[in-house]
Design a protein around this ligand. Structure first.
Ligand SMILES: Nc1ncnc2c1ncn2[C@@H]1O[C@H](COP(=O)(O)OP(=O)(O)O)[C@@H](O)[C@H]1O
Ligand SMILES: O=P(O)(O)OC[C@H]1O[C@](O)(COP(=O)(O)O)[C@@H](O)[C@@H]1O
Ligand SMILES: [Mg+2]
Length: 534
């Protein structure tokens, strides 16, 4: 049996709530039978990488000689991915026919209370037993490229997650709902699109009392910050600009204070838009509500430009960030290419995951060296980045380096500083690279013209592109469907092109990382032509 003390949050240093897998178990009041296992190990491989992010059990946790191991694995899986539901604490909570009807809608101003349309046969509802298959490749061998195997023989084991969408029965009367939306952490393209869709969908269910909590969790405690009333009219055009209508922040009050505030305000649906930290908070709020026996649905929508949430094809804002990052790379390329011995350096977001740097390098085709946190590298020495840059100047005349902010932190002085949320404040690898390149070429007596670009805040602040706009729309709608269906402590994501609900702990047990052995990273290396810098 695997250890249950696996750290769930990326902010283990956070003083106000060290949220661990064992905490999840202790407070698992919605599902006391739940026995969770660490999701990081797959037969033959240990890691937390994107292409091995399968939340399967440790190799040692399963007795493969047991003829029933697969059945047991799948039972355990089903328990882990079971969605916490209000009926877990209120078994007698009465379901009512949904007020969300795809066929009946004629006007959003219709008076919904007492007007539940349940008689039509086809409504496009999702059955609670509908599932989405998480892994779709059958690997014939553990040595197949990118193989994610549970057992040493790489047997086919189905891993299903719950399908997102509107249910025929709902657990809230729209006229009794007070819904709140909150955006936490850093900015990310698409926040306004998600807010907008949540509001629009809530109104379609018939909810009239919708508010925004300003500036993240801080908005629950700061008396100067007042709720923002939200309606279709207010949010109609907010997706046309970037940022968040509601504002964002890091840090904030203790979970118990947040739940006190929810009680005072009479909020019974909370939509939380944020990354792993925000979701750890949302899950803790859900458990606190559960402990106090409050009928509240807490639903997350993963917001991380870094794309570091587990099990999902991608998170919103990521596509936009990659697209925008290409502009910075292109500028760096033009600067480098137009200068005598020009070197362009671009630093992109990615605290612990190099997805943006990898994908932007792949899509631009203009990067010679891509450096990400998951792949160690030497900067100096015969096989280091500097000597490859010298080679590039001698052979190509110019070079472009794309570095993720979390890369090469071992080369920088540690400060032990953390931000208000408990995230480690990283050293500036971009500035380091720029300075070291200048120093090196001066020392070896070769002219080098170095230009450094950090487009982080320019990228974060833009509006979502078309594909993210669609992603945000569907996520926002599904968040509302999840709340009305009576779920709480869940989040929504894209999974093999289908939308699914996940229990929060399953997607934030650790950051999703680029697998250095993955096909995508190897494609990136093929494209840049860079050697291993070790
Ligand atoms: N383990 C945790 N428990 C409760 N709240 C947390 C936890 N980690 C972070 N938070 C809160 O979540 C919010 C956002 O966290 P942060 O790490 O800044 O961004 P992100 O959600 O994008 O990871 C902050 O207000 C922070 O205080
Ligand atoms: O300057 P800030 O606001 O602390 O944000 C910097 C961080 O924001 C990010 O873009 C995204 O972080 P979050 O997902 O925590 O919001 C990181 O890549 C970066 O380290
Ligand atoms: Mg985070």
């Amino acid at each position: 049996m695997g250890s249950i003390s696996h750290v769930i949050t990326t902010n283990p240093t956070l003083p106000h709530l060290p949220f661990t897998r064992s905490t999840a178990l202790r407070f698992s009041c919605f599902n006391p039978r739940l026995l969770r296992l660490p999701p990081t190990r797959v037969a033959g491989k240990v890691g937390v990488f994107a292409e091995v992010s399968s939340p399967s059990r440790t190799t040692s946790g399963i007795d493969f000689s047991d003829p029933d191991w697969k059945t047991k694995f799948q039972q355990d899986w089903e328990a882990r991915f079971r969605l916490p539901h209000l009926t877990d604490i209120f078994p007698d909570a009465p379901p009512i026919p949904s007020t969300f009807c795809l066929k009946m809608r004629t006007s959003i101003d219709r008076d919904f209370p007492g007007h539940y349309s349940s008689y039509e046969e086809w409504h496009g509802y999702i059955n609670n037993n509908d599932r989405v298959l998480l892994k779709t490749i059958y690997y014939s061998s553990p040595t197949s490229a990118g193989a994610e195997c549970i057992d040493p023989d790489c047997t086919w084991v189905e891993q299903w997650v719950h399908r997102a969408g509107p249910r025929e029965k709902i657990y809230y009367k729209p006229e009794e709902v007070k819904a709140a939306i909150i955006t936490c952490g850093g900015l990310c393209p698409g926040l306004n699109d998600v807010i907008r869709q949540i509001v629009i969908t809530l109104e379609i269910y018939g909810v009239k009392n919708i508010v925004g909590i300003p500036f993240g969790y801080r908005g629950f405690s700061d008396k100067e910050l007042t709720e923002v009333p939200l309606s279709r009219k207010v949010v109609q055009n907010i997706h046309l600009s970037g940022g968040s209508l509601l504002g964002v922040s890091r840090g904030g009050p203790a979970v118990t204070d947040i739940v006190d505030s929810l009680e005072e305000r009479g909020i019974n649906m909370l939509f939380v838009l944020g990354g792993n930290g925000t979701h750890a908070g949302a899950n803790a709020i859900h458990h606190e509500c559960c402990k106090r026996r409050l009928k509240v649905s807490v639903i997350g929508v993963p917001k991380t430009i870094d794309n570091d949430i587990l099990l999902m094809d991608k998170t919103f804002g990521f596509d936009t960030a990659v697209e925008e990052a290409q502009r910075a790379i292109n500028s760096a390329y033009i600067e480098a290419h137009s200068a005598y011995h020009g070197i362009g350096v671009v630093k992109l977001m990615g605290r612990s995951s190099g997805f943006i740097a990898m994908q932007a390098s792949l899509s631009s085709g203009q990067v010679d060296i891509c450096l990400i946190p998951e792949v160690p590298f030497n900067f100096h020495g015969p096989h280091g980045v500097l000597s490859h840059l010298k080679f590039l100047l001698e052979t190509k005349g110019s070079a472009v380096v794309c570095v993720a902010e979390g890369a090469g932190q071992n080369l920088l002085q540690k400060t032990n500083a953390t931000d208000a949320s408990g995230n480690v404040v990283l050293g500036d690898i971009g500035v380091y690279i720029q300075q070291e390149i200048k120093k090196y070429f001066k020392e070896v007596g070769i002219h080098a013209d170095v230009k450094y670009i950090d487009p982080t805040y320019m990228i974060r602040a833009i509006r979502a592109n078309a594909s993210d706009g669609i992603l945000c729309t569907v996520l926002g709608q599904n968040a509302v469907h999840g709340a009305f269906a009576g779920y709480s402590g869940i989040t929504v994501g894209l999974c093999n092109t289908h939308y699914a609900y996940f229990p929060i702990p399953e997607v934030i047990s650790h950051p999703r990382l680029v697998d250095p052995n993955s096909r995508m990273w190897h494609r990136c290396l093929t494209s840049t032509g860079q050697p291993d810098f070790i």
